[in-house]
Design a protein around this ligand. Structure first.
Ligand SMILES: [Zn+2]
Length: 347
């Protein structure tokens, strides 16, 4: 840490990060990340850690920014492995920086917040998302970046869209980035953009817990951690959207491709027999959601996220889903396997 002012800003960023991490409408599980530039060093959230732990755990990793940016510019695949750019002397725990480190390095502002805001995602999965956002962000310096896999591809996509003055990015099928010179400024901008993009969620009935208990039988499937998660199985429109595929990367990482919906009359055992595998979550139309007994806390957070996102999507909108190859590259990606390993370990 170069100066006392930097140290104060880093402390402020940790407090803001913890607060962002506690809001399921802004971040879920190990998703989302925050950063501060201090001289040539980028302090960024460590991969696999949760923003909500920012005050109780040392989750910020120092990265040498200039060589990382050079790698992005040269399309060097080293940029896909930001751990190669950590400053070892300042990283005693040997943490890996976020797989989205390049997003932060590319923004020129000192403080960058990247969140998986459910209002933003609900717009950013619509085929008309860019036009819908444009109506809401009039007067803001923002840019729309279509979907790319996080890492070098997303960094290249952002580099193409960045122009001087831009401090808000809407990432297609992904989320929101805001940037400012101070932590306080970034917090204000995040609040402003959130309120401009806010959308009401469709109301749903309560889950049928007795029916779910009967459907689970002795399968070991359990209720989701959050009661809000059931909405995606209860609302027919949300269910239709979920069943049609994967809408954003962390869904694939934590829950697998798309969503499994039980057919009429099927209990958990029937679904598992039909698929030949036990999905992390099963949607039972009209009843609610059941999670596999060993589903991680991250899986629970993402199942709730799916309910929160789909409930906000315009039911008349055409949606952009991740393609088969985009799904595959997420599942088979080394950096994500590392993050999942930390997640499974409870990180
Ligand atoms: Zn992200």
């Amino acid at each position: 840490m170069a100066t006392q002012a930097d140290a104060q800003e880093l402390a402020a960023l940790r407090a803001l990060s913890a607060s962002i991490g506690r809001s399921p409408h802004l971040t879920q599980a190990a998703g989302g990340n925050t950063s501060l530039k201090a001289g040539d060093t980028l302090w960024i959230k460590a991969s696999g850690t949760w923003l909500k732990d920012a005050l109780v755990d040392d989750i910020m990793v120092p990265v040498a920014m200039a060589p990382l940016l050079k790698a992005v510019e040269q399309r060097d695949r080293a940029a896909d492995q930001p751990q190669g750019f950590t400053i070892a002397a300042l990283n005693p725990r040997g943490l890996r920086p976020s797989i989205e480190t390049t997003v932060h390095a590319l923004m020129p502002q000192r403080v960058v917040l990247h969140v998986h805001c459910v209002d933003t995602i609900s717009l950013a999965v619509q085929a008309d998302g860019e036009a819908e956002v444009a109506k809401r962000l009039d007067g803001i310096e923002w840019a729309y970046v279509p979907y790319f896999r996080p890492g070098l591809p997303l960094a290249r996509g952002i580099a193409e869209k960045l122009r001087p003055g831009v401090d808000v990015l809407i990432l297609g099928n992904h989320g929101l980035v805001v940037a400012a010179e101070t932590v306080a400024g970034a917090e204000l901008l995040l609040r402003r953009i959130r309120s401009l993009l806010a959308r009401p969620a469709r109301a749903t009935a309560a889950p049928d817990l007795d029916a779910l208990a009967a459907l689970a039988g002795d399968s070991g499937y359990r209720l989701p951690a959050d009661v809000e998660a059931h909405a995606v199985a209860l609302d027919p429109e949300s269910r239709r959207m979920a069943q049609a595929g994967s809408l954003y990367p962390d869904h694939v990482i934590f829950l697998g491709q798309g969503s499994v919906v039980a057919k009429p009359g099927e209990a958990v055992a029937d679904v598992v027999a039909r698929l030949g595998t036990s999905p992390a979550a099963i949607l039972f139309p009209g009843a609610g959601v059941l999670m596999r007994s060993d589903a991680s806390a991250g899986a629970d957070a993402m199942q709730r996220c799916l309910a929160d996102v789909t409930a906000r999507i315009d039911i008349a909108a055409r949606l952009n889903y991740l393609t088969a190859s985009e799904n595959d590259e997420l599942v088979n990606w080394d950096a994500e396997q590392y993050r999942q390993k930390l997640n499974a370990a409870g990180g």
